[in-house]
Design a protein around this ligand. Sequence first.
Ligand SMILES: Cc1cc2nc3c(=O)[nH]c(=O)nc-3n(C[C@H](O)[C@H](O)[C@H](O)COP(=O)(O)O)c2cc1C
Length: 191
Amino acid sequence: MNFRDIIKQRRTIRKFKQTPIDKEILKELVDCARLAPCASNKQPLEFIVVDEKEICDKIFENTGWAGYIAPKGTPKEGERPTAYIVILVNKSRATKWIGHDVGAAFENIVLAGWELGIGSCIIGSVKKDNVKKILNVPDDYEVDTIVALGYKGHDSTVVDNDETVKYYMDEKGDFHVPKRPLEKVIHFDRF
Ligand SMILES: Cc1cc2nc3c(=O)[nH]c(=O)nc-3n(C[C@H](O)[C@H](O)[C@H](O)COP(=O)(O)O)c2cc1C
């Protein structure tokens, strides 16, 4: 797969095979995240890799899934993520661009993951205080976003559609994700 195919074919995955992800692969994903661009090169992010079943279960309880189609988009026991990368913000290094820094880091994780055959779901719906306690995160760090990971358990395809933003799941459990067509979002020279 060339790099642009990875970008275009990557979709959010919300059901996973239960094959564990090798620790070296998880380390590699964090390596890609740490090398992402960040404002003033402050490097405010650190990462907790979670792959122990017991802790994964606790993290799962504190995450929200597929709001548009809840609860049927929430993975059931036996299809839940096998690992998570929890993105932490070191408050003393954070700038006003922290949201951009986090976005660049999680995009590196999901794209590198896709290249390695791993599906992911970026989770912003996180009970952060609970996760902070579960993972023993010190006070000078905030839990930001979590990337849920695992080998893909369904397909997901883009549908060009400017009428709705709501993805849906078909009877097979595959996702269909509306995206605004290129012609609707591109402007040349002037709006
Ligand atoms: C910042 C951010 C937060 C997100 N939070 C959640 C979430 O809490 N739960 C969830 O199921 N998906 C979440 N997603 C995934 C989006 O729903 C998904 O990217 C969107 O529907 C488009 O689908 P696609 O990634 O397949 O293109 C989040 C994505 C981003 C970028």
